[in-house]
Design a protein around this ligand. Structure first.
Ligand SMILES: Nc1nc2c(c(=O)[nH]1)N[C@H]1C(S)=C(S)[C@@H](COP(=O)(O)OP(=O)(O)OC[C@H]3O[C@@H](n4cnc5c(=O)[nH]c(N)nc54)[C@H](O)[C@@H]3O)O[C@H]1N2
Ligand SMILES: Nc1nc2c(c(=O)[nH]1)N[C@H]1C(S)=C(S)[C@@H](COP(=O)(O)OP(=O)(O)OC[C@H]3O[C@@H](n4cnc5c(=O)[nH]c(N)nc54)[C@H](O)[C@@H]3O)O[C@H]1N2
Ligand code: SF4
Ligand SMILES: [Mo]
Length: 912
């Protein structure tokens, strides 16, 4: 190959994971995306990436991708798929009316995809039933901003976090879920020693690493706490009376509702120490530059909207908004949850930040989309929000449902019922990239979509910043862009002219025009990007990150909103909301006595369809788990690392127990990531009731009620098996999936299966012969204690390796993983195969630093050898020196070792 074709080029794009929206610089060489690094000029991250972002290039490749459309289980070409889709949609509408058709979208679509989907369903199919997974995520934050500030508008930006004197994290594990922002905050705190950080979360998280004060509140008690703060500010003369008079309304009502309890009562209701509470109140009230950053611990609640408003109330009361370093900052989860809201992709919105009841909106949008002559006309009122939508599917009212870029069979609460509803629905259409998701089993029509690195368009991050995602690689097989799929369907439905786009820049242009259309005077909307109209293909391709609004008076975008105290309400005043705190609706009982908290882990993204493709991201937490307080573990007679089962009326969850002082007593935490594609029974969505906030419709995903019991096991085993050569999308589940417990862990060149069952196995070798085509070549058995190790080598290649025994007896698996990637196993390695490592090689333990694959055992040994700072550990082992996501965990390991050493010292002193 010539030198010229080898030359690499760098292209800037945006990370497709969290709402931080980091700029990514991709290195392209010979048509291959060979490396990624943080874009140094992107204002969200200035060159940083977290562990997920920096593994993006490891998640590519065509394996396990959908590459062809399917109709009724048959692979078909696009023409057949689209024609069938259009015919069936048309037939459904003709037989049952426009409102029998619905769409369920995702904050992971690009703005252009979202725009055409919204336009097709609401504008041309005339159905209001189009909602999105942002309902599970941002709906409460949106509703609260609208009630109080008059628009769904995040006032702050990332620099405000750096300029604040006090940052309050409420229900946000920023260190794991918005890691680059967390790193920025951490650096700012080092630069400004006066800056304080408060963490409010029932769980001690890695974000507590930088906390000056931690309030481990009772789940669901946030509104009590912030109401208490409002009352305390009033009592202690900490209100900004001038701001209240000039820029707000309804303060008295809000204060009255907040003044029912004194600080001791509030502390008791939140189950925290009153002195710590008062410290927080004092800090908040005495600083002007306060940012309260909140996320799912607040939003995912049946009173989530009120909780957000209780926070906003305190900011308004102190005039802590519209200033550098101040404001109520709802941090966005998905990469484009904000973009979806901009186009109007929620069931209660119409389009472009216009609601159905917004004065003149229906006429304006009808006019803009030129839908005057259509029957039916635009829907006249809001449609079903996510939970209601699936209820309507179950009732048989919705007959055709198109789901794009989300996996409701896993991520919706009461997911078992969702599956029943999908089974009953006559037409389920799924647009998806991955070939193995739980949802695909329910689809009549499957449409293969392009994914990150292939798609072209825009996303908006948490600070209202619009950035380009750029298409770098060709689509695998017949996969197509989501906007193309939607527009081709629209054309086949007869709407050729309105959907005749040739490139996403044309869609973006229309979206920008609509945002500025009749946007003045009485009908002024805050969301206005008319300054980006007419970019053309070149301007669009070169578009640099920019924060909306972008208008002729703010052509370079707007960093901060409401600086003049003028809000987007009808009279320009921000409205205080009177909040009456409510407890979680899912109540504990004798049968279900434990509070279930669900959330995210550092290295995985949602249902793992993308992050599990990078084996190194599986090493931090490789199995579904249940985090449990030591006293609860003792009460239930469950040891650390033992398997256990949680049950709820709607389902069960099996995972490995992690005993942890980070949990409060009576509360358990499980990750939201595992689906049936990765484990036997570990879907958090199956454990939650589908109860929602009456205003936002957001479900209560943080407050389930469950029972706990040990999982009975006669044996546990770990099986490593070479990757099947063929794509296994159509294969049946392997026989060991009949075991009571399994979890699948993709590794480099092999798959790991963790297995357990209650029935004893009397002859393992006979069972293995049934399970696996290749016979065992080596084994050693200790039947006395039920242990076995075995392996199969075929033509010099390692085919599988098995250990019967608890996983804590496993050797470090990196050595074995390397053997699966060898064409021929050497005699020397063959002799060590059952041991699973070189003679005397130390086990490195579970991986803590994913970037450099450094294990816990190695870190603990280094600490014991005298490396008592993260810098020293970094110098010796390189851990924590790349993305920095593991630094909190390194610190807690150092801390743990210190307290072990202290405890040891104390016991020696006692003896002496
Ligand atoms: N690694 C990773 N990062 C992600 C994602 C991912 O899948 N993986 N997903 C992205 C998305 S879509 C989202 S929405 C964000 C979510 O980001 P976060 O909101 O930070 O994520 P969660 O882990 O769901 O929940 C946050 C915290 O809320 C706490 N909590 C539970 N109940 C309460 C309560 O009653 N009060 C308070 N104050 N806290 C409570 C939990 O203990 C948890 O630590 O993360 C984004 N970033
Ligand atoms: N128990 C519990 N449940 C929760 C939560 C919780 O904290 N606890 N959090 C909720 C929240 S905040 C969220 S955001 C949701 C997330 O939940 P989901 O949206 O269901 O999760 P994902 O795995 O991100 O699903 C996205 C799907 O789209 C596919 N995909 C990726 N890119 C594209 C694309 O460009 N086009 C198409 N067509 N497909 C694509 C992916 O392969 C994947 O299957 O989960 C919610 N559910
Ligand atoms: S912080 Fe979020 S946007 Fe940035 S690299 Fe990590 S996952 Fe991507
Ligand atoms: Mo989310």
């Amino acid at each position: 190959m010539s030198q010229a074709t080898r030359s690499a080029c760098k292209v800037n794009t945006t990370c497709p994971y969290c709402g931080v929206g980091c700029g990514v610089t991709a290195t392209m060489a010979d048509g291959v995306l060979s490396a990624v690094e943080g874009d140094r000029d992107h204002p969200a991250n200035f060159g940083r990436l977290c562990v997920k972002g920096s593994a993006l290039h490891e998640t590519l490749g065509h394996h396990d991708r959908l590459t062809t459309p399917w109709v009724d289980g048959q692979a078909v070409d696009w023409n057949v798929a689209l024609t069938t889709l259009a015919e069936r949609l048309q037939a459904t509408r003709a037989a049952y009316g426009a409102e029998s058709v619905a769409a369920y979208l995702s904050g992971q679509l690009l703005t252009e995809d979202y725009y055409v989907a919204n336009k097709l369903f609401k504008g041309f199919l005339g159905t209001p039933h189009l909602d999105t997974n942002s309902r599970l995520c941002m709906a409460s934050a949106v509703a609260a901003y609208k009630r109080s500030l008059g628009a769904d508008a995040v006032p702050c930006n990332y620099e405000d976090l750096e300029e604040a004197e006090l940052v309050v994290l409420v229900g946000s594990n920023l260190a794991w879920n918005h890691p680059v922002l967390y790193q920025r905050l951490k650096v700012a705190k080092t630069r400004n020693p006066l800056m304080r950080v408060v963490v409010i979360d029932p769980r001690v998280t890695d974000s507590c690493e930088i906390a000056d004060l931690y309030l481990g509140i009772a789940p669901g008690s946030d509104a009590v706490l912030f109401n208490g703060l409002l009352a305390w500010m009033a009592e202690n003369n900490k209100l900004d009376q001038l701001y209240l008079d000039r820029h707000t309304e309804s303060f008295d009502e809000a204060l009255l509702a907040a003044s029912h309890h004194d600080i001791n009562d509030v502390a008791a209701m939140c189950d925290i120490d009153p002195e710590r509470l008062e410290t927080f109140y004092y800090w908040f009230a005495s600083q002007l530059h306060v940012v309260t950053l909140y996320s799912q611990g607040v939003n995912q609640s049946t009173s989530g909207t009120d909780k957000c408003n209780a926070i906003i109330n305190c900011h308004l009361a102190g005039g802590k908004i519209g200033l550098p370093g101040a404001g109520p900052f709802s941090i966005t989860g998905q990469p484009n949850a904000m973009g979806g809201r901009e186009v109007g992709g929620l069931a209660n919105q119409l389009a472009a930040h216009m609601d159905y009841h917004t004065s003149g909106a229906l006429d304006r949008v009808t006019h803009f989309w030129a839908t005057e002559t259509l029957t039916p006309e635009l829907p006249q009122a809001p449609g079903y929000k996510a939970i209601e939508l699936f209820d309507a599917v179950e009732r048989g009212e919705i007959k055709a449902l198109w789901i794009m870029a989300t996996n409701p069979a896993v991520s919706l609460p009461d997911a078992v019922r969702v599956r029943r509803a999908l089974e009953k629905c006559p037409l389920v259409i799924v647009s998806e990239c991955a070939s193995h998701t739980d949802l695909l089993a329910y689809a009549d029509i499957i449409l293969p979509a392009t994914g990150w690195s292939e798609k072209d368009g825009t996303v908006t991050n948490s600070e209202r910043r619009i950035s380009r995602q750029r298409g770098l690689l060709p689509a695998p097989g017949q996969a197509r862009h989501d906007w193309w799929i939607i527009c081709e369907t629209a054309k086949r439905l007869g709407f050729h002219e309105a959907f005749d786009y040739t490139h996403p820049h044309e869609i973006f242009d229309e979206h920008a025009r609509l945002s500025g259309f009749e946007n003045d005077g009485e009908s002024k909307r805050l969301f206005d990007i008319s300054g980006l109209v007419g970019l053309g293909r070149e301007g669009y391709d070169a578009l640099a990150p920019i924060q909306w609004p972008v208008t002729c008076s703010a052509p370079h975008g707007t960093a901060r909103l409401f600086e003049d105290g003028e809000f987007a309400t009808h009279n320009g005043r921000a409205k205080f909301i009177a909040v009456t705190p409510r407890l979680p609706e899912q109540r504990l009982s004798d049968a279900y006595p434990l509070r279930l908290n669900t959330g995210r882990i550092r290295d995985q993204w949602h249902t793992m369809t993308r992050t599990a493709r990078a084996p190194r991201l599986m090493n931090h937490r490789y199995e579904p788990f249940i985090e449990l307080h030591p006293n609860d573990a003792a009460n239930y007679g469950i040891g650390d690392q033992q398997l256990a089962v949680l049950s709820a009326p709607s389902g069960a969850y099996r995972g490995r127990v992690r005993i942890s002082n980070a949990q409060r007593r009576g509360e358990v935490f499980i990750p939201m990531h595992w689906s049936d594609a990765f484990s036997k029974s570990a879907r958090s969505g199956a454990m939650l009731k589908a109860i929602t906030d009456p205003i936002s419709g957001q479900p209560e995903a943080k407050h389930g009620a469950v029972a706990l019991a040990p999982l009975k096991t006669a044996w546990e085993a770990t099986l490593l098996i070479a990757q099947p050569l063929e794509d296994n999308s159509q294969q049946e589940a392997p026989p060991w999936c009949k075991s009571d417990y399994w979890a699948r862990v993709p590794m480099q060149g092999c798959q790991r299966w963790q297995l357990a069952d209650a029935k004893p196995v009397h002859n393992w070798l006979a069972l293995l012969a049934k399970w696996l085509p290749d016979e065992a070549s080596l084994w050693c058995e200790d039947s006395g204690n039920g242990r076995l190790r075995a392996a199969a080598i075929v033509q010099g290649k390692l085919r599988w390796w098995l250990m019967v025994g608890p996983p804590r007896e496993l050797p470090g698996l990196a050595w074995l993983e390397a053997r699966f990637n060898e064409t021929t196993i050497s005699d020397k390695h063959r002799r060590r195969l059952l041991a699973g490592g070189e003679y005397g090689a130390a086990d490195t333990g579970p991986v803590v630093c994913s970037c450099h694959q450094v294990g816990q055992a190695a870190i603990v040994n280094a600490i014991r050898a005298g490396d008592t700072s993260v810098e020293a550990l970094g110098a010796r082992l390189a851990c924590g020196t790349q993305c920095g996501s593991c630094l909190p965990e390194l610190k807690s390991l150092i801390e743990e070792e210190r307290s072990h050493a202290r405890a040891k010292q104390a016991s020696y002193t006692e003896v002496a």
